[in-house]
Design a binder for this molecule. Sequence first.
Ligand code: FAD
Length: 391
Amino acid sequence: MTATPDVTSVGIVGGSLAGLFHAVALTGLGLDVDVWERSTGRPDDRGAGIVLQPGVAWFLREFCGVDPDRVSVPVTHRQFFTGDGNVRIMPMRQRMISWGTIYQALRDVLPAERYHDGQPVTALVPSAAGATVHVGEAARAVDLAIIADGSASRHRGLVTPDGAPRYAGYVAYRGVVDEADLPKELVARFDDRFSFWDGDRSQFLCYFIPGDFGTTATGRRRMNWVWYTRADRPELARVTTDRNGTRHGLSLPPGLLAPQVRTDLLARARSTLPPPLCHLVEHTAEPFVQAILDARATRMRNHRILLTGDAAFVVRPHTAASTEKAAADAITLFQALRQAPSADTALQTWERLRLAEGTAIHDQGVGLGRRLGLDGPDAAAAADGRTGKEP
Ligand SMILES: Cc1cc2nc3c(=O)[nH]c(=O)nc-3n(C[C@H](O)[C@H](O)[C@H](O)COP(=O)(O)OP(=O)(O)OC[C@H]3O[C@@H](n4cnc5c(N)ncnc54)[C@H](O)[C@@H]3O)c2cc1C
């Protein structure tokens, strides 16, 4: 397969899922692709559980040679815990995967020498022929540059005047527990189910995901839970300040939750959650926290520089569509470059399609958050187009 003749080299800023989807797809077109990633080694399994959507499944099969059914956990029903202690069940087939499983599948097919970890891109400079990627003292000219440096993107301003993330007014407490560490009756309660509970301006959900190395064998899976709850700015600052007093701002990785925040979380779980869900929180050794953000780009392309993944749109996790969106950015680019007569035509088409979809998913996520009563005042102002404070 070949791309348009006026693009042969590609530089990607950020080597998480969005960066890797693009790297693998464009390598598949025969392009000369390099990825620069700031962190060293394997990044944290931040997203933990991910609902496997069709585009990601297709990508795994077509580009990674991985059977998505082998590395994901099926559920056949949704179950809704109700206030009176009952459970309502409805059929709904889905598959659940983990961030780490997708990441590993992508890394396995990308030539190792093309992934430059521990190398932050310090500047990206547009040029008539493409862009120059600067990594410290080194500089590399490429025909096409792709910004995939996530929600806190430092390079987004090269492409879009807006799109800086805003705090939506609530956080997700998250937890991952080895199935082997859960009592058998609790496993039975959640097996084959995508479970939900809606509370007062609060929502809890959980499902099983693969364990190490993508294993889906019963007994070796992991339980993944997410608990959305309102948090004003002082509370956000409190829960993301770690056990040593260091402020992390918008998230707190596993293992660092301050003892008092953990005590408060357990107390709230015991007083509000249905018992099986509360037990999951109690069995979680290292809960972690992520602020929910909104970000919406109004442009995704500046000549030969593209903005993708969370750097372009941060969508609410209720849509279960962020990873799918990142994969679709890459698949659409692959198709556009393969079919269009010139790179400029391909990139124009790509931007039109991806802006429309990103905007739709973003707005859908804001609507879902509002319907659950989770939004804070700044988020409402932002969604209405009025000025909201940045996080
Ligand atoms: C609470 C929460 C729940 C979520 N749940 C889901 C879910 O259920 N389903 C789903 O699909 N998605 C979910 N996601 C989102 C999902 O994890 C991301 O959308 C997806 O991984 C794409 O992210 P990304 O690669 O664009 O950005 P990121 O994963 O943020 O990656 C950006 C990368 O760029 C690197 N970087 C930054 N600056 C530089 C630089 N200057 N030079 C080089 N590298 C740099 C960073 O180190 C990082 O590796 C969730 C997210 C949150 C916050």
